[in-house]
Design a protein around this ligand. Structure first.
Ligand SMILES: *Cc1c(COP(=O)(O)O)cnc(C)c1O
Length: 361
């Protein structure tokens, strides 16, 4: 068996021990005589899986007791609508910071459900940094304030959270969930698609402060109603059973093999540093994100020559470093180095880049 180093932005690498465990349990899950893919979601054996996954997520992330953990479907993109439907119910106003493509989509979708204001944007700089904020632009009567914490496409991350006073902070954490400790008590709600750092596609995680769950906007589909989902322990209908099971295995891997989120962060920071140090010293490659906004999960870079970028991506793939092509809106390259990318993968990539630079620089 030979596995490549997969730098995909999502779906992305899963930890190899998790894949092996899933393979070993594939046909007969713990003596049940069934695969997790086949069992009733109402069966006691599956009930233990979803409850374990929720409990482990609470433990690993240190989620306070007054927050609900919801296991939903529809991806982070569905939350672009579900958040305003459930939270934009008082003043029907919400403030958004535009730090990339996903936050812009969230803002556009939110605008269909109420009065959304873009209070800051870094679009003019092709989102190469987190926007500069002017708190005078914030509306104190907004129902929430929305940010995208880690900007997957541009490789930028918020290092300091905005000060929103009593306005609940809402964050899309799709590409940084479980990469480091996050103080959930600073947020009203966070949400994430699982396919970057948690599990295969299909599961969407919402962590929401209980007092924010109320009567949603009129016409909200039952499936989008946080109250209904919370009351039914995320089992109003069939949940994404398999993805939740892998989520449980990934959380066990983080807790038992990696030593929790603080250790995970130290490992991720070190991995990213190796790549950024190389980029900063390179004559050929150049990082795209401004230094004070650099993400430890997605690293964007270019050679400055589109043809050479293409050649690099091609040669890298042939050498076993796949999915390095950057998003079409940035071009160049992007190395997504989520939790499951081992440090050896970064070292090998940097060695390959050094060789490429020598041959083409
Ligand atoms: C991938 C991603 C999305 C889109 O997620 P889907 O689950 O495909 O809807 C949204 N926001 C961020 C930050 C992402 O990385």
């Amino acid at each position: 068996m030979s596995r490549v180093y997969n730098f995909s932005a999502g779906p992305s690498m899963l930890p190899e021990p998790v894949l092996k465990r899933a393979a070993a349990e594939m046909v007969d899950y713990q003596g049940s005589g069934q695969s997790v893919m086949e069992m009733s979601h109402r069966s006691p054996v599956y009930d233990a899986i979803i409850k374990d996954a929720q409990r482990l997520l609470r433990e690993v992330m240190g989620i306070p007791g007054n927050y609900q953990v919801l296991f939903l479907q529809g991806g982070a993109s569905s939350q672009f609508a579900a958040v305003p439907m459930n939270l934009m119910t008082k003043s029907r106003k919400a403030d958004y910071v535009l730090s990339g493509q996903f936050s812009t989509k969230a803002f556009q979708e939110g605008s269909r459900y109420g009065d959304c204001k873009a209070v800051a944007s870094s679009k003019d700089d092709n989102f190469s940094h987190i926007p500069v904020l002017d708190e005078k632009e914030f509306r104190p009567d907004a129902d929430y304030f929305h940010i995208c914490m880690n900007n997957t496409i541009y490789g930028t991350v918020w290092k300091e959270l905005p000060h929103t006073g009593n306005v609940p902070l809402v964050a899309d954490i799709s590409s940084c969930i479980l990469s480091r400790p996050i103080d959930i008590s600073k947020f009203g709600l966070v949400y994430a698609g699982a396919q970057k750092n948690v599990a295969p596609a299909g599961l969407t995680i919402v962590i929401v402060r209980e007092d924010l769950i109320g009567e949603p906007q009129e016409g909200t589909p039952t499936m989008f109603n946080y109250g209904v989902m919370a009351k039914n322990d995320s089992m109003y209908n069939t949940p994404p059973c398999w993805s939740i099971y892998i989520c449980k295995l990934v959380l066990e891997w983080i807790q038992n093999d990696m030593g929790g989120l603080e250790a995970m962060e130290a490992r991720n920071v070190k991995k990213a540093q190796v790549l950024y140090d190389f980029l900063d010293g390179s004559r050929l490659f150049k990082g795209c994100a401004e230094k004070d906004s650099r993400s430890i999960m997605n690293v964007t870079f270019v050679t400055g020559d589109k043809e050479l970028d293409g050649e690099f991506v091609k040669e890298a793939a042939a050498a076993g470093f796949v999915n390095l092509k950057g998003h079409r809106s940035v071009g160049g390259m992007r190395a997504s180095i989520y939790n499951a990318m081992p440090p050896e993968g970064i070292d090998a990539l940097v060695a390959f880049m050094a060789k490429f630079e020598q041959e083409n620089g």
